[in-house]
Design a binder for this molecule. Structure first.
Ligand SMILES: Nc1nc2c(ncn2[C@@H]2O[C@H](COP(=O)(O)OP(=O)(O)OP(=O)(O)O)[C@@H](O)[C@H]2O)c(=O)[nH]1
Ligand SMILES: [Mg+2]
Length: 227
């Protein structure tokens, strides 16, 4: 296999906070993890997409892939140390089309980078860098390399309740709002300035909306939106 289950375990271990163990006991292929943005997501391990599947089998196989159709974000894991991985990727692509999820938000993960030579790795890194926002994430589920970066990229790519990066200035008297920003978002930078707090923070849009944060300007003035 490409290492999906190994990566699934590595991601569950690397999560920010320990999640409820309930899912693990109900269904070992589903786990609740908390992303850095504090959003909670369900991570689901799937079976591998087998090559040259006999036609009759595909129907049965399909049922086990229904979870893919429920996914908000598909993480496509390839074994980059397998010289045939581009062909295997094409097969995965075909199946995603068959399942009608080819347009679903997707993250490409190239796993088992620990098995590559220095040279192969450099080559891969430079071609990945050129791909911009769609670049694959290079990881080793075995050593844990790249797993934190993968969580970060999942956070950015997760379409449900997307993260907003806000620069705001709030009066220190708004203690409740400030506390909630720290609890529910990720504060990148903060400083106190003249009875105000200046913050750069990543906040789930639902939280920003609930706290009315988009109505605070960088200069600290409050601008209620016309509604
Ligand atoms: N060297 C190396 N081996 C890995 C890595 N990740 C997984 N493996 C090994 O690859 C093999 C397959 O890993 P699995 O996690 O079972 O792969 P899978 O994608 O879940 O496989 P299926 O469920 O059968 O589709 C195991 O022997 C793992 O130990 C990695 O990053 N580096
Ligand atoms: Mg597996």
């Amino acid at each position: 296999g490409a290492g999906k289950s190994t990566l699934f375990n590595a991601l569950s271990r690397a999560e920010v906070l320990v999640s409820s163990k309930m899912f693990a006991t109900l269904d070992p292929t589903i786990r609740a993890i908390r992303l850095l943005s504090n959003r909670r997501v369900l991570l689901s391990d799937t079976v591998g997409f087998i090559r040259d599947l006999p036609k009759g089998l595909l129907t049965a196989f399909r049922a086990t892939l229904e979870e893919v159709q429920e996914a908000a974000l598909i993480v496509h894991v390839s074994d980059v140390s397998n010289p045939h991985y581009p062909e295997l990727d094409e097969d995965v692509e075909k199946i995603l089309h068959e399942l009608d999820v080819a347009d679903r938000p997707r993250l490409r993960v190239l796993n088992k980078v620990d098995r590559l030579s220095q040279e192969e790795r450099k080559c891969l890194e430079s071609s990945a860098a050129k791909a911009g926002d769609t670049r694959p994430v290079l990881v080793s589920a075995l050593t844990g390399e790249g797993v934190a970066e993968l969580l970060r990229r999942m956070d950015v790519a997760m379409p449900i309740d997307p993260l907003l990066t806000l620069s705001i200035r709030l009066p220190l008297a708004e203690g409740r709002t400030l506390a909630l920003i720290h609890a529910l978002g990720r504060v990148l930078h903060s400083e106190i300035d003249d009875s105000h707090m200046r913050l750069d923070a990543e906040i789930p849009s639902s939280v920003a909306k609930r706290l009315g944060l988009s109505e605070y300007r960088v200069d600290g003035t409050f601008q209620p939106s016309p509604s």
